[in-house]
Design a protein around this ligand. Structure first.
Ligand code: GAR
Length: 203
């Protein structure tokens, strides 16, 4: 399976995925490319240090569709089968989603459908939630929306700030993202998998 990873910033989830592919925890896979929409994304340095090809594709006044078309072309050129959004802070256009049907997944720092969008950890604290967490899900045309693959709960503690809660959730994100991709790979090789998971035969 060829994986393409999209980032906008720090890239810690991206690094966790690259490392899990490299050490065989995610089997039969290769990270073909890391694409950032921000030229100064710290994740680009992390990817290059791991020997993964990196591309910067800024929006630069183009429409969302034009910007996405270039990203799709770069992914297709490399034969990418699975697109992983890892802190990619843009909503994908319908044509991007349709170019990789059931093959785009995302990680979000809340228990979706609760707290989609920006600052999910702050939203959880301000709502007085006793628990939040993280979710890996298939991507559709809506923000932080689509069929859920795996979730992990993280308690919200008295005195938590967005920063302390974010740090505890992030600790869980890396393992959850790896586990979600392993689950997809396992379903892919399980011929008895239920047709409910359309990604299974396609990966
Ligand atoms: C992660 O917490 C991820 O869940 C979040 O951005 C952070 C990226 O960190 N994504 C979203 O909020 C998507 N809606 P990273 O760059 O270190 O992986």
């Amino acid at each position: 399976m060829k994986i393409g990873i999209l980032i906008s910033g720090r890239g810690s989830n991206m690094a966790a995925l690259v490392d899990a592919v490299r050490n065989g925890e995610i089997p039969d896979s290769e990270v073909a490319v890391v694409i950032s929409d921000k030229p100064d994304a710290a994740g680009l340095v992390k990817a290059a240090a791991r020997g993964v090809e990196t591309i910067v594709n800024e929006r630069r006044g183009r429409t969302r569709q034009e910007h996405d078309a270039e990203t799709v072309a770069e992914l297709k050129k490399r034969g990418v089968d699975l697109v992983c959004l890892a802190g990619y802070m843009r909503l994908l256009s319908p044509s991007f989603v349709q170019a990789f049907p059931n093959k785009i997944i995302n990680i979000h720092p809340s228990l979706l459908p609760a707290f989609p969008g920006l600052d999910a950890q702050r939203q959880a604290i301000e709502a007085g939630a006793q628990a939040s967490g993280c979710t890996v899900h298939f991507v559709d045309e809506l923000l932080d929306h689509g069929e859920i693959i795996l979730q992990k709960e993280v308690a919200v503690l008295d005195g938590d700030t967005p920063e302390t809660l974010s740090a505890r959730i992030l600790e869980q994100e890396h393992g959850l993202y790896v586990a979600a991709i392993k689950k997809l790979v396992a379903q892919c090789s399980d011929s008895t998998a239920k047709p409910r998971m359309p990604v299974a035969p396609q990966l």
